[in-house]
Design a protein around this ligand. Structure first.
Ligand code: IPD
Ligand code: CA
Ligand code: CA
Length: 295
């Protein structure tokens, strides 16, 4: 993804500066409404259920925040389609679409670990355009739009100027299918841990991306993600001056679930390193029966 793909998508969608400003304000307001709903439930959850895969949880907070967000989006932009994690798709998914993760970091939230967010991203024909990520425990909202810029609350933000992998602090995550695949990101985690100042595993993809956009972290890669994890954060990294692509340095594809998002000075080095990693044998993590499937 080159540095103006959000701007190109906005142009193709026919969004002028006034429309972008309006939609960025909607994203920010609605993300903050979702975040406020999350805080009402933080530390006092009444229900935690498993959605099927090991560790893939849904709580009453995910559902309450999603209901609040969808109600607010319906009031403000009834003409825009929605893809929301807990309730699915509404409307034409290839035009303008809000991608909603009401609670990114559900496992953290369920354990009282205060690293979670509400993420609201706008896509046009599957391309991220703009977004907002509210991290309510920190009272921080990361938001922006092409032409308008990217902000942490009211202050402009930008990606870091890091250009040496050895000086970088990276972040990544592990998808819920990690128990059943060899391509589970464990090998990449070891590889980068060995070549950088460190690799964090925050447990909330949207917050990881927001922190890259704000220059707190220098780079992020992950696989197995959904559009609601990616849309807002990818837009923010790009608008904040970062580079976003697939692992090979080619155009980012939101449907692939795979992303590399980092300071521009690290992009080529991260692509080069990612392409040298071989999956660990299942025996390395006590699952000798696992074989690689797909990507
Ligand atoms: C998860 C988090 C986590 C990432 C997973 C996501 P959820 O989202 O973003 O960091 O590693 O792949 O599914 O389930 O907490 O919304
Ligand atoms: Ca998520
Ligand atoms: Ca979620």
């Amino acid at each position: 993804m080159t540095s103006n793909l959000c701007a190109q998508a906005a142009e193709q969608a026919g969004l002028n500066q006034a429309a972008l400003r309006h939609l960025a304000d909607v994203a920010r307001e609605v993300a903050e409404l979702g975040g406020a709903e999350l805080m009402r439930h933080y530390g006092r959850l009444s229900s935690i259920e498993n959605k099927g895969r090991i560790g893939d949880l849904v709580t009453n907070a995910d559902l309450a925040a999603e209901a609040r967000v969808l109600e607010a989006l319906r009031e403000r932009t009834p003409e825009i389609a929605v893809l929301a994690e807990e309730s699915g798709a509404r409307g034409e998914q290839d035009g303008l679409r809000w991608c909603v993760d009401p609670l990114d970091g559900t496992t953290n939230f369920a354990h009282g670990y205060p690293f979670f967010a509400t993420s609201i991203g706008l896509t046009w024909q599957q391309q991220p355009v703009l977004g907002a990520i509210a991290v309510p425990f920190l009272n921080e909202t990361f938001w922006g739009a092409p032409g308008l810029g990217s902000f942490l609350n009211t202050s402009p933000m930008q990606v870091s100027s890091c250009n040496h992998l050895a000086d970088a602090l990276l972040v990544t995550g592990f998808a819920y299918d990690r128990h059943t695949r060899l391509d589970n990101n464990y090998a990449e985690f070891c590889w980068f841990t060995h070549r950088t100042r460190g690799v964090r595993r925050g447990g909330a993809a949207a917050v990881d991306l927001a922190f890259v956009a704000a220059g707190r972290l220098d780079g992020y890669w992950e696989r197995g993600l959904a559009p609601w994890d990616l849309a807002a954060g990818v837009a923010l990294v790009e608008i904040a001056g970062g580079q976003v692509s697939d692992y090979r340095g080619e155009r980012f594809d939101i449907g692939s679930g795979r992303v590399l998002a980092c300071a521009p000075g690290l992009h080529q080095a991260m692509v080069d390193e990612l392409n040298q990693v071989e999956p660990l044998s299942g025996a390395c993590f006590g699952a000798p029966g696992i074989t690689a499937v797909g990507s």
